[in-house]
Design a protein around this ligand. Sequence first.
Ligand SMILES: NC(=O)c1ccc[n+]([C@@H]2O[C@H](COP(=O)([O-])OP(=O)(O)OC[C@H]3O[C@@H](n4cnc5c(N)ncnc54)[C@H](OP(=O)(O)O)[C@@H]3O)[C@@H](O)[C@H]2O)c1
Length: 280
Amino acid sequence: MRALVVGGTGMLGQAVTAHWLERGAAVLAVGSDRVDLTRPDTGERAIADFAPELVVNCAAFTRVDDCESEPELAMAINGTGVGDLARATSAAGAKLIHISTDYVFDGESAEPYDEAAAVNPRSVYGESKLEGERQTLRFPRNLVLRTSWLFGPGGGSFAATIVRLLADGGQPLRVVADQHGCPTYAPYLAATIWELAAADATGVLHYCNREATTWHGFALAIVRAVGREVEIEAISTEEMPRPAERPAHSVLSVERIERLLGHPVEPWQRGLESYLEQVR
Ligand SMILES: NC(=O)c1ccc[n+]([C@@H]2O[C@H](COP(=O)([O-])OP(=O)(O)OC[C@H]3O[C@@H](n4cnc5c(N)ncnc54)[C@H](OP(=O)(O)O)[C@@H]3O)[C@@H](O)[C@H]2O)c1
Protein backbone atom coordinates (compact mmCIF):
# COMPACT_ATOMS: atom_id res chain seq x y z
CA MET A 1 0.00 0.00 0.00
CA ARG A 2 1.28 3.46 -0.97
CA ALA A 3 -0.33 6.17 1.12
CA LEU A 4 0.06 9.93 0.96
CA VAL A 5 -0.76 11.47 4.36
CA VAL A 6 -1.77 15.10 3.93
CA GLY A 7 -1.50 16.93 7.25
CA GLY A 8 1.17 14.39 8.20
CA THR A 9 2.72 16.85 10.66
CA GLY A 10 -0.43 17.11 12.81
CA MET A 11 -1.46 14.99 15.79
CA LEU A 12 -3.49 12.47 13.82
CA GLY A 13 -1.22 12.64 10.77
CA GLN A 14 1.77 11.59 12.87
CA ALA A 15 -0.19 8.70 14.40
CA VAL A 16 -1.35 7.51 10.97
CA THR A 17 2.17 7.73 9.59
CA ALA A 18 3.68 5.79 12.52
CA HIS A 19 1.04 3.04 12.42
CA TRP A 20 1.13 2.62 8.67
CA LEU A 21 4.92 2.49 8.50
CA GLU A 22 4.82 -0.17 11.24
CA ARG A 23 2.43 -2.18 9.04
CA GLY A 24 4.88 -2.02 6.14
CA ALA A 25 3.11 0.56 3.99
CA ALA A 26 5.04 3.04 1.86
CA VAL A 27 4.07 6.39 3.35
CA LEU A 28 4.75 9.94 2.30
CA ALA A 29 3.68 12.28 5.11
CA VAL A 30 3.50 15.93 4.14
CA GLY A 31 2.91 19.15 6.04
CA SER A 32 1.48 22.36 4.60
CA ASP A 33 4.93 23.37 3.38
CA ARG A 34 4.70 20.59 0.75
CA VAL A 35 0.96 20.17 0.21
CA ASP A 36 -0.98 23.34 0.94
CA LEU A 37 -4.71 22.79 0.52
CA THR A 38 -5.17 26.42 -0.52
CA ARG A 39 -2.85 25.73 -3.51
CA PRO A 40 -4.29 22.88 -5.61
CA ASP A 41 -1.11 22.52 -7.69
CA THR A 42 0.84 21.37 -4.60
CA GLY A 43 -1.49 18.42 -4.01
CA GLU A 44 -1.51 17.52 -7.69
CA ARG A 45 2.30 17.53 -7.75
CA ALA A 46 2.66 15.33 -4.66
CA ILE A 47 0.17 12.83 -6.07
CA ALA A 48 1.92 12.79 -9.45
CA ASP A 49 5.36 12.34 -7.80
CA PHE A 50 4.45 9.69 -5.22
CA ALA A 51 1.65 7.88 -7.12
CA PRO A 52 -0.29 6.80 -4.01
CA GLU A 53 -3.10 4.25 -4.05
CA LEU A 54 -4.59 6.04 -1.09
CA VAL A 55 -4.61 9.63 0.17
CA VAL A 56 -5.44 10.15 3.85
CA ASN A 57 -6.40 13.74 4.57
CA CYS A 58 -5.62 14.60 8.20
CA ALA A 59 -5.07 18.29 7.36
CA ALA A 60 -7.45 20.96 8.53
CA PHE A 61 -7.71 24.45 9.92
CA THR A 62 -8.44 23.03 13.39
CA ARG A 63 -8.35 26.21 15.51
CA VAL A 64 -12.12 26.24 15.89
CA ASP A 65 -12.39 29.75 17.39
CA ASP A 66 -10.03 31.30 14.83
CA CYS A 67 -12.23 29.89 12.04
CA GLU A 68 -14.95 32.36 13.16
CA SER A 69 -12.71 35.34 12.37
CA GLU A 70 -11.13 33.74 9.28
CA PRO A 71 -14.09 32.10 7.51
CA GLU A 72 -12.60 32.35 4.03
CA LEU A 73 -9.39 30.63 5.04
CA ALA A 74 -11.37 27.97 6.93
CA MET A 75 -13.45 27.25 3.82
CA ALA A 76 -10.37 27.28 1.58
CA ILE A 77 -8.58 24.66 3.70
CA ASN A 78 -11.44 22.56 5.09
CA GLY A 79 -13.89 22.87 2.20
CA THR A 80 -12.81 23.82 -1.31
CA GLY A 81 -9.21 22.67 -0.74
CA VAL A 82 -10.51 19.22 0.10
CA GLY A 83 -12.49 19.32 -3.16
CA ASP A 84 -9.32 20.00 -5.14
CA LEU A 85 -7.53 17.18 -3.32
CA ALA A 86 -10.44 14.81 -3.97
CA ARG A 87 -10.39 15.66 -7.68
CA ALA A 88 -6.64 15.16 -7.99
CA THR A 89 -6.86 11.88 -6.05
CA SER A 90 -9.64 10.56 -8.25
CA ALA A 91 -7.90 11.67 -11.46
CA ALA A 92 -4.90 9.57 -10.38
CA GLY A 93 -7.14 6.53 -9.83
CA ALA A 94 -6.66 6.64 -6.05
CA LYS A 95 -9.00 6.71 -3.07
CA LEU A 96 -9.37 9.52 -0.50
CA ILE A 97 -10.05 8.91 3.19
CA HIS A 98 -11.03 12.25 4.68
CA ILE A 99 -11.28 12.95 8.40
CA SER A 100 -14.25 14.97 9.59
CA THR A 101 -15.85 15.96 12.84
CA ASP A 102 -18.79 15.79 15.24
CA TYR A 103 -19.07 19.59 14.79
CA VAL A 104 -21.15 19.00 11.63
CA PHE A 105 -24.01 18.32 14.10
CA ASP A 106 -25.81 20.93 16.18
CA GLY A 107 -25.59 18.85 19.35
CA GLU A 108 -29.25 19.17 20.21
CA SER A 109 -30.08 15.47 20.07
CA ALA A 110 -29.94 13.52 23.31
CA GLU A 111 -29.29 10.34 21.28
CA PRO A 112 -25.96 9.42 19.68
CA TYR A 113 -25.70 10.65 16.09
CA ASP A 114 -25.57 7.91 13.50
CA GLU A 115 -24.21 8.39 9.99
CA ALA A 116 -27.65 9.21 8.55
CA ALA A 117 -28.50 11.87 11.16
CA ALA A 118 -29.25 15.36 9.85
CA VAL A 119 -26.26 17.68 9.85
CA ASN A 120 -26.59 21.27 11.05
CA PRO A 121 -23.25 22.88 11.89
CA ARG A 122 -23.32 25.83 14.26
CA SER A 123 -19.81 27.15 13.66
CA VAL A 124 -17.69 28.25 10.72
CA TYR A 125 -15.38 25.29 11.45
CA GLY A 126 -18.35 22.86 11.30
CA GLU A 127 -19.68 24.44 8.10
CA SER A 128 -16.29 24.29 6.41
CA LYS A 129 -15.75 20.66 7.46
CA LEU A 130 -19.20 19.76 6.13
CA GLU A 131 -18.26 21.27 2.77
CA GLY A 132 -15.11 19.09 2.82
CA GLU A 133 -17.32 16.05 3.38
CA ARG A 134 -19.55 16.96 0.43
CA GLN A 135 -16.56 17.46 -1.83
CA THR A 136 -15.06 14.13 -0.77
CA LEU A 137 -18.30 12.23 -1.37
CA ARG A 138 -18.58 13.42 -4.98
CA PHE A 139 -16.36 10.42 -5.72
CA PRO A 140 -17.96 7.07 -4.78
CA ARG A 141 -14.72 5.32 -3.79
CA ASN A 142 -14.00 7.84 -1.04
CA LEU A 143 -14.60 7.61 2.69
CA VAL A 144 -15.49 10.34 5.19
CA LEU A 145 -14.63 9.33 8.72
CA ARG A 146 -16.10 11.54 11.44
CA THR A 147 -14.44 11.57 14.84
CA SER A 148 -14.50 13.63 18.04
CA TRP A 149 -12.40 14.98 20.93
CA LEU A 150 -9.03 13.73 19.62
CA PHE A 151 -6.04 13.42 21.92
CA GLY A 152 -2.64 11.82 21.49
CA PRO A 153 1.09 12.37 21.42
CA GLY A 154 2.52 15.10 19.25
CA GLY A 155 -0.32 17.57 19.29
CA GLY A 156 -2.36 20.11 21.13
CA SER A 157 -5.55 18.83 22.73
CA PHE A 158 -7.71 19.21 25.81
CA ALA A 159 -5.79 16.33 27.46
CA ALA A 160 -2.46 18.01 26.63
CA THR A 161 -3.70 21.26 28.19
CA ILE A 162 -4.79 19.56 31.42
CA VAL A 163 -1.48 17.68 31.69
CA ARG A 164 0.41 20.94 31.18
CA LEU A 165 -1.68 22.81 33.77
CA LEU A 166 -1.06 20.02 36.27
CA ALA A 167 2.67 20.17 35.59
CA ASP A 168 2.56 23.96 36.05
CA GLY A 169 1.38 23.57 39.62
CA GLY A 170 -2.10 22.12 39.54
CA GLN A 171 -4.04 25.22 40.47
CA PRO A 172 -7.81 24.68 40.81
CA LEU A 173 -9.26 24.06 37.35
CA ARG A 174 -12.60 25.20 35.93
CA VAL A 175 -13.95 22.82 33.29
CA VAL A 176 -17.18 22.77 31.29
CA ALA A 177 -19.53 20.02 32.49
CA ASP A 178 -22.50 20.43 30.14
CA GLN A 179 -20.91 19.38 26.83
CA HIS A 180 -21.05 15.66 26.11
CA GLY A 181 -18.88 13.74 23.67
CA CYS A 182 -16.48 10.85 23.22
CA PRO A 183 -12.71 11.28 23.61
CA THR A 184 -10.78 9.49 20.89
CA TYR A 185 -7.16 8.37 21.07
CA ALA A 186 -5.38 9.32 17.83
CA PRO A 187 -3.29 6.09 17.59
CA TYR A 188 -6.51 3.99 17.86
CA LEU A 189 -8.06 6.08 15.11
CA ALA A 190 -4.91 5.59 13.01
CA ALA A 191 -5.18 1.81 13.39
CA THR A 192 -8.86 1.99 12.46
CA ILE A 193 -8.11 3.95 9.30
CA TRP A 194 -5.76 1.11 8.35
CA GLU A 195 -8.55 -1.44 8.86
CA LEU A 196 -11.01 0.66 6.88
CA ALA A 197 -8.56 1.04 4.01
CA ALA A 198 -8.09 -2.74 3.94
CA ALA A 199 -11.88 -3.20 3.92
CA ASP A 200 -12.20 -0.57 1.15
CA ALA A 201 -14.91 1.17 3.18
CA THR A 202 -16.76 3.99 1.41
CA GLY A 203 -19.37 6.62 2.29
CA VAL A 204 -19.61 8.07 5.80
CA LEU A 205 -18.59 6.36 9.03
CA HIS A 206 -18.30 7.44 12.66
CA TYR A 207 -15.43 6.46 14.93
CA CYS A 208 -14.82 7.52 18.51
CA ASN A 209 -13.88 5.75 21.70
CA ARG A 210 -16.34 4.57 24.35
CA GLU A 211 -18.08 5.79 26.50
CA ALA A 212 -19.41 9.33 26.31
CA THR A 213 -18.36 11.77 29.01
CA THR A 214 -18.15 15.54 29.55
CA TRP A 215 -15.04 17.70 29.43
CA HIS A 216 -15.28 17.79 33.22
CA GLY A 217 -15.48 13.98 33.40
CA PHE A 218 -12.51 13.71 31.05
CA ALA A 219 -10.49 16.19 33.16
CA LEU A 220 -11.30 14.22 36.34
CA ALA A 221 -10.07 11.01 34.69
CA ILE A 222 -6.82 12.69 33.65
CA VAL A 223 -6.19 14.13 37.10
CA ARG A 224 -6.85 10.73 38.73
CA ALA A 225 -4.63 8.92 36.23
CA VAL A 226 -1.82 11.39 36.87
CA GLY A 227 -2.31 10.74 40.59
CA ARG A 228 -2.90 14.33 41.59
CA GLU A 229 -5.39 15.88 43.97
CA VAL A 230 -6.58 19.04 42.30
CA GLU A 231 -9.93 20.68 42.62
CA ILE A 232 -11.86 20.76 39.35
CA GLU A 233 -14.82 23.07 39.38
CA ALA A 234 -17.68 22.02 37.08
CA ILE A 235 -18.90 25.05 35.14
CA SER A 236 -21.44 25.65 32.39
CA THR A 237 -20.74 26.59 28.77
CA GLU A 238 -22.27 30.00 29.53
CA GLU A 239 -19.60 30.60 32.16
CA MET A 240 -16.87 30.10 29.55
CA PRO A 241 -18.00 31.93 26.41
CA ARG A 242 -15.99 31.16 23.27
CA PRO A 243 -16.18 32.69 19.77
CA ALA A 244 -17.36 29.39 18.20
CA GLU A 245 -20.40 27.54 19.47
CA ARG A 246 -19.68 23.94 20.53
CA PRO A 247 -22.28 21.18 20.19
CA ALA A 248 -23.76 20.39 23.61
CA HIS A 249 -24.26 16.70 22.90
CA SER A 250 -22.16 15.41 20.02
CA VAL A 251 -21.92 11.75 20.88
CA LEU A 252 -21.28 9.76 17.70
CA SER A 253 -22.89 6.35 17.30
CA VAL A 254 -20.28 3.69 16.54
CA GLU A 255 -22.69 0.81 15.88
CA ARG A 256 -22.08 0.78 12.13
CA ILE A 257 -18.29 0.81 12.35
CA GLU A 258 -18.29 -1.89 15.05
CA ARG A 259 -20.36 -4.12 12.77
CA LEU A 260 -18.05 -3.42 9.85
CA LEU A 261 -14.83 -3.98 11.83
CA GLY A 262 -16.22 -6.99 13.71
CA HIS A 263 -14.95 -5.74 17.07
CA PRO A 264 -15.87 -3.04 19.58
CA VAL A 265 -14.16 0.33 19.56
CA GLU A 266 -11.62 0.81 22.34
CA PRO A 267 -12.34 2.58 25.64
CA TRP A 268 -10.72 6.02 25.79
CA GLN A 269 -9.46 5.25 29.31
CA ARG A 270 -7.02 2.72 27.83
CA GLY A 271 -5.83 5.31 25.32
CA LEU A 272 -5.40 7.79 28.15
CA GLU A 273 -3.11 5.37 30.03
CA SER A 274 -0.99 4.91 26.94
CA TYR A 275 -0.92 8.66 26.28
CA LEU A 276 0.17 9.50 29.83
CA GLU A 277 2.94 6.89 29.72
CA GLN A 278 4.34 8.71 26.71
CA VAL A 279 4.03 12.30 27.87
CA ARG A 280 4.97 11.94 31.57
N1 LIG B 1 -8.48 17.65 17.30
C1 LIG B 1 -9.74 17.25 17.49
O1 LIG B 1 -10.23 17.25 18.62
C2 LIG B 1 -10.56 16.79 16.33
C3 LIG B 1 -11.87 16.33 16.57
C4 LIG B 1 -12.63 15.89 15.49
C5 LIG B 1 -12.10 15.87 14.21
N2 LIG B 1 -10.83 16.33 14.01
C6 LIG B 1 -10.29 16.30 12.64
O2 LIG B 1 -9.21 15.40 12.66
C7 LIG B 1 -8.23 15.79 11.69
C8 LIG B 1 -6.86 15.83 12.36
O3 LIG B 1 -6.89 16.80 13.41
P1 LIG B 1 -5.59 17.08 14.30
O4 LIG B 1 -6.09 17.51 15.64
O5 LIG B 1 -4.63 15.95 14.17
O6 LIG B 1 -5.01 18.37 13.56
P2 LIG B 1 -3.71 19.24 13.94
O7 LIG B 1 -2.85 18.53 14.92
O8 LIG B 1 -4.19 20.62 14.26
O9 LIG B 1 -2.91 19.28 12.56
C9 LIG B 1 -3.41 20.00 11.49
C10 LIG B 1 -2.66 19.59 10.25
O10 LIG B 1 -3.23 20.31 9.16
C11 LIG B 1 -2.16 20.84 8.41
N3 LIG B 1 -2.59 22.05 7.73
C12 LIG B 1 -3.00 23.22 8.26
N4 LIG B 1 -3.26 24.11 7.28
C13 LIG B 1 -3.01 23.47 6.11
C14 LIG B 1 -3.07 23.84 4.74
N5 LIG B 1 -3.40 25.07 4.35
N6 LIG B 1 -2.75 22.92 3.81
C15 LIG B 1 -2.36 21.69 4.17
N7 LIG B 1 -2.25 21.27 5.43
C16 LIG B 1 -2.59 22.16 6.40
C17 LIG B 1 -1.05 21.12 9.40
O11 LIG B 1 0.17 21.17 8.70
P3 LIG B 1 1.41 22.12 9.17
O12 LIG B 1 1.55 21.92 10.65
O13 LIG B 1 2.56 21.56 8.40
O14 LIG B 1 1.03 23.51 8.81
C18 LIG B 1 -1.16 19.89 10.30
O15 LIG B 1 -0.47 18.81 9.73
C19 LIG B 1 -8.74 17.11 11.12
O16 LIG B 1 -9.44 16.84 9.95
C20 LIG B 1 -9.70 17.62 12.15
O17 LIG B 1 -10.69 18.46 11.58
C21 LIG B 1 -10.05 16.78 15.04
